[in-house]
Ligand binder design. Structure first.
Ligand code: DAT
Ligand code: MG
Length: 148
């Protein structure tokens, strides 16, 4: 079963959206495999956003993501990587459809509430950056018989 890395960013934590966001993925039918509240170090932030290090907003992005606690999660399910991206909405909330997380709760690209892996390779890399294998739980739910 596919896994993805999702993270409520510092703005989402401050705006009391952890529960709302977890709830959306639970209700969808995905399975939470691991989660933790943490403050990201400068080093981890630079690794996580490494692909953007030449971009003009990189410094601001690292400052923002390290500015307060984040809620890091691993979610599991069929097609979860692409589906979670759809549920998040476009990177810039002004372009994000209603009923997406960014469409419903965010206004500007610098404070867009949630991160989600954009491919299978990113998911493996990001899960590895944030979680030790023993922090992820393998289990199933009976309700899966009614999801799949
Ligand atoms: P996403 O988070 O949708 O995967 P991304 O990987 O292109 O988007 O960018 C990572 C984050 O960087 C994004 O969530 C918000 C910030 N960002 C992206 N483009 C930006 C821009 N033009 N100005 C300021 N911040 C930006
Ligand atoms: Mg990205």
């Amino acid at each position: 079963m596919e896994r993805t890395f999702l993270m409520v960013k510092p703005d989402g934590v401050q705006r009391n959206l952890i529960g709302e966001i977890v709830s959306r993925f639970e209700k969808k039918g995905f399975l939470l495999a691991g989660a933790k509240l943490m403050v990201i170090s400068q080093e981890l932030a630079e690794q996580h956003y490494g692909e953007h290090k030449e971009r003009p907003f990189f410094g601001e992005l690292v400052d923002f993501i390290t500015s307060g606690p984040v809620f890091a999660m691993v979610w599991e399910g069929e097609n979860v990587i692409a589906t979670a991206r759809q549920m998040m909405g476009a990177t810039n909330p002004k372009d994000a459809a209603a009923a997406t997380i960014r469409g419903d709760f965010a206004v500007t690209v610098g404070k867009n509430i949630i991160h989600g892996s954009d491919s299978a390779e990113s998911a493996v890399r990001e899960i590895g950056l944030f979680f030790k294998e023993e922090e992820l739980v393998e289990y199933s739910k009976l309700v899966n018989e009614w999801v799949y």
